[in-house]
Design a protein around this ligand. Structure first.
Ligand SMILES: [Mg+2]
Length: 259
């Protein structure tokens, strides 16, 4: 595969090598969020919840309760192992069905079993990952979730083979948008943040977080909301748009990085 590279526009990092002092920044690392970026998590998760509950109108409340509990995890007040159970207990209490810890755990087991059976990739994921591998960049999955859950998901869907590094908040004790999350990934793969791009569906957690950490930032707006974004944040409405964006914004896509 050949890539049409745009001419260098401006120098934003140190030169790639002394022999090539005027080059534009190389893109050596592409980080990708997982849920709702690669995997249609909202469809699977809302479907599994509806199946367990026998009703389909409570997804917004589930999301709100989950966000509240994830914030506690990010703040260090709760660990991921406990989060699922306490989140479910809180949710069921809010809908007038209070349960004990054991019942909450049973609810979670049924929900996760259904969820695991319904995971699916967005159609544009595999072509994009194949392109990125062919382009010679490092690939990292960077996700805010529990380790076992995400690793199972990546394995089930055959995605693990694409990634040089998998960074999971539940295993690291830090989560996006904390710059430590992004910088740890760059360090692990020997890249400067200025040589990396992060792509994700959450404008604040993924795109703005990555931008603030010094990475290139791409917001994946699959719903094509047209929402305003801060200066420096790029927007795509599907992963099929990503190769062109990277080629145009990072003139030296695919400069080999040490593996
Ligand atoms: Mg996501």
């Amino acid at each position: 595969m050949e890539f049409a590279l745009a001419p260098p526009r401006q120098r934003r990092t140190t030169p790639a090598s002394p022999a090539d002092p005027w080059s534009a920044p190389a893109l050596r690392l592409v980080c990708l969020d997982i849920d709702d970026t690669l995997i249609d998590f909202t469809a699977s998760s809302s479907g599994a919840l509806a199946a367990v509950l026998g009703r389909d109108d409570l997804w917004p409340l589930w999301e709100a309760v989950t966000d509240r509990h994830v914030a506690m995890v990010v703040a260090g007040d709760l660990d991921y192992a406990a989060m699922h159970r306490t989140r479910t207990q809180s949710f069921l209490a809010e809908v007038g069905q209070p349960v004990c810890a054991e019942e909450a755990a049973s609810f979670e087991r049924r929900r996760l079993e259904l969820l695991r059976r319904s995971w699916r990739l967005f159609d544009d994921v595999l072509p994009c990952l194949e392109w990125l591998r062919a382009a010679g960049v490092h690939l990292a999955a960077v996700t805010n979730a529990s380790g076992a859950h995400q690793r199972t998901k990546l394995a089930d869907l055959g995605l693990a083979r694409f990634f040089d590094h998998i960074a999971i908040a539940g295993e690291m004790g830090v989560a996006k948008p904390d710059p430590v999350m992004f910088h740890t990934v760059c360090l692990a793969l020997g890249c400067d943040p200025g040589e990396a791009v992060h792509v994700g569906d959450k404008l604040d957690t993924d795109a703005i977080g990555a931008h603030d950490a010094g990475l290139g930032a791409v917001w994946l707006d699959r719903a094509a909301t047209g929402a305003a974004v801060p200066r420096g944040v790029h927007v795509v409405e599907g992963l099929a748009e990503l190769p062109e964006l990277l080629v145009c914004e990072f003139a030296r896509v695919g400069v080999p990085a040490p593996r």
